[in-house]
Design a protein around this ligand. Structure first.
Ligand SMILES: *[C@@H]1O[C@H](CO)[C@@H](O)[C@H](O)[C@H]1NC(C)=O
Ligand SMILES: *[C@@H]1O[C@H](CO)[C@@H](O)[C@H](O)[C@H]1NC(C)=O
Ligand SMILES: *[C@@H]1O[C@H](CO)[C@@H](O)[C@H](O)[C@H]1NC(C)=O
Ligand SMILES: *[C@@H]1O[C@H](CO)[C@@H](O)[C@H](O)[C@H]1NC(C)=O
Ligand SMILES: *[C@@H]1O[C@H](CO)[C@@H](O)[C@H](O)[C@H]1NC(C)=O
Length: 488
């Protein structure tokens, strides 16, 4: 009887799993339905009322190039499975504002009922950030092609990092923008659009002299939370939020939204989504995990946000792998099996070092090259690709170049934002996976995922070595691994 019931339960679970949408895995290499890397950086996502699909617009970046890729667009039903819809706004050779050498950053799209068209806005600039303008393009079709209309100074001022917010209660749209790094600037503006969404019309609030950028607003029933990052270029920092009952303010003091020194789980703010499900309204933080060494390979950190209206507080929650049901609004963290450093075998110069912040009071360090490796064994696998999260510490702290107070443990005077490890499953040296481990902070452990093929059974091994990062052959310190069940 018991056996029969168990089989019944397993069958139900299996069916439920196959109808589930794809999981969201922050910081992984996200691929589209054609197998390409999802290439839409510093973007924005909108739910299109006509098709009922989500559309994600972002900066398109290719290897060896910083600017000039234009704006890409992807579509999805579940925010996890993305179809490449091509380039929505293409650069035009010789164009005064959108030539390949110009900056087209932080693009956002929204629908204008009055014009019956989709409107795209972005930070338009020349390569030395000398213009500080906002670009405007239009299309009849959400995926484009968008036609360039203008690049303007918002109400006569400067505009750098650009964000867009629509109030779900009255449908009114607002532009958000930092007004540059000059001494007279360093503010973030919240400015309403006219009814056609063809121009800004009135400053609603100015976040004065906080010197923040990459703004986005999360709206709940009672509150507005404005999230912004500090200005540290492509290096992550601790994102802050302000809260208010009304867009006009008064706004609260800024406060941090993630555990200190995780630098917002190694990401920068820029966009957010409100998902009104049948069971729950869920808020998502859509951050960028920049890789300044290869911008085109930068990743995405999308995480649910927990809001406590009584405490007037907001926190971004980390999950390695989670399921988001966009219909019900529910977020389900996926449970995995942990394997700790204490039980791993070290080879060569790798060793277990005392660490108060590590699991079991140790951390695995000295992971360099081919022969100084660590091996985790007796890992249970399912015989299908599975997400494995590597919990690591990379002590090559971010700092400000040669300024006093900068961290001493940089290599060769160049700030490195990543170490790189090799990952080998079951000793198969022909299949080496590359694990990027961006800087954390001393004593801060973060995780980064890889999709690995483990064989069915509990005899798998995972061996981690160090790879060349442009300065040295060194992996980050490892704390533990978490192996997740296969999807579907
Ligand atoms: C960008 O624009 C500014 C202001 O017009 C100008 O001073 C600067 O030389 C321009 N940069 C380039 C690369 O043309
Ligand atoms: C508009 O976009 C949709 C979705 O990508 C596409 O199927 C359709 O052909 C496009 N229509 C035009 C007129 O380009
Ligand atoms: C531009 O921004 C600066 C700083 O926020 C402000 O002092 C100035 O009045 C603004 N200029 C205009 C024309 O709005
Ligand atoms: C690892 O070993 C291979 C084969 O011996 C060698 O070619 C390669 O350079 C080594 N890599 C590192 C990072 O030491
Ligand atoms: C894992 O297996 C799949 C087929 O199931 C294959 O396409 C993929 O390349 C494999 N990945 C690795 C890292 O071996």
């Amino acid at each position: 009887m018991i056996g029969f019931q168990n089989i019944g339960l397993i069958a139900i679970v299996a069916i439920a799993a196959t109808v589930q949408a794809k999981w969201i895995v922050p910081g992984a290499r996200w691929t589209d339905t054609d197998g390409g890397l999802v290439n839409a950086h510093a973007g924005g996502v909108i739910l299109d009322q006509t098709t009922g699909r989500f559309f994600w617009f972002g900066e398109y970046k290719v290897e060896g190039q910083v600017e000039g890729g234009g704006v890409s667009v992807y579509s999805s039903d579940d925010l996890a499975t993305w179809k490449n819809e091509g380039i929505a706004l293409s650069p035009i050779e010789g164009h005064p504002y959108i030539a390949p050498e110009h900056i087209i950053q932080r693009p956002k799209v929204l629908y204008s009922k009055n014009t019956g068209k989709y409107h795209m806005w972005w930070h338009a600039d020349n390569s030395t950030y000398g213009w500080l303008l906002q670009g405007f393009a239009q299309s009849d079709n959400i995926t484009g092609p968008y036609k360039f209309l203008d690049a303007t100074t918002p109400l006569g001022n400067w505009s750098q990092d650009f964000g867009l917010f629509t109030d779900y209660k009255d449908g009114k749209a607002y532009g958000l923008y930092s007004n540059g790094d000059r001494k007279e600037g360093r503010d973030v503006y919240l400015t309403s659009y006219n009814d056609d969404i063809t121009a800004l019309d009135q400053v609603v609030h100015r976040f004065d002299k906080y010197d923040l950028e990459a703004p986005t607003i999360i709206q709940t029933e009672k509150s507005y939370f404005a999230l912004m990052s500090h200005k540290t270029g492509y290096r992550p920092n601790n994102v802050v939020a302000f809260r208010a009952d009304s867009l006009k303010g008064p706004w609260s003091q800024p406060f941090t939204v993630s555990p200190l020194n995780t630098r917002t789980y190694n990401s920068q703010s820029g966009f957010s989504l409100r998902i009104e499900g049948t069971k729950k309204t869920t808020y998502l933080y859509l951050g960028d995990q920049w890789d300044s060494n290869s911008l085109w390979e930068s990743r995405y950190i999308w995480l649910p946000v927990e809001i406590d209206e009584n405490k007037k507080d907001l926190k971004i929650e980390w999950y390695d792998v989670y399921d988001l049901n966009v219909k019900t609004g529910e977020v389900t963290p996926i449970k995995g099996q942990a394997y700790y450093g204490k039980n791993a075998v070290t080879n060569g110069d790798a060793f277990k070092q005392e660490a108060t912040f590590g699991s079991d009071g140790i951390i695995l360090t000295g992971i360099t090259g081919n022969d100084s490796t660590v091996t985790f064994s007796n890992i249970e696998g399912a015989g299908k690709p599975q997400w494995v999260s590597f919990y690591y510490q990379n002590t090559d702290d971010m700092g400000f170049g040669d300024q006093p107070g900068g961290s001493p443990d940089r290599f060769g005077g160049k700030w490195q934002l990543r170490r790189i490890s090799s990952v080998i499953v079951n000793g198969d040296a022909k299949n080496v996976e590359t694990l990027f481990q961006r800087d954390t902070n001393k004593g801060i452990i973060l995780s980064t995922p890889l999709l690995l093929n483990l064989t069915k059974g509990s005899k798998n091994t995972i061996t981690v070595g160090g790879l060349w990062n442009g300065f040295e052959t060194k992996g980050a310190d490892l704390d533990h691994l978490v192996v997740y069940p296969p999807e579907g």
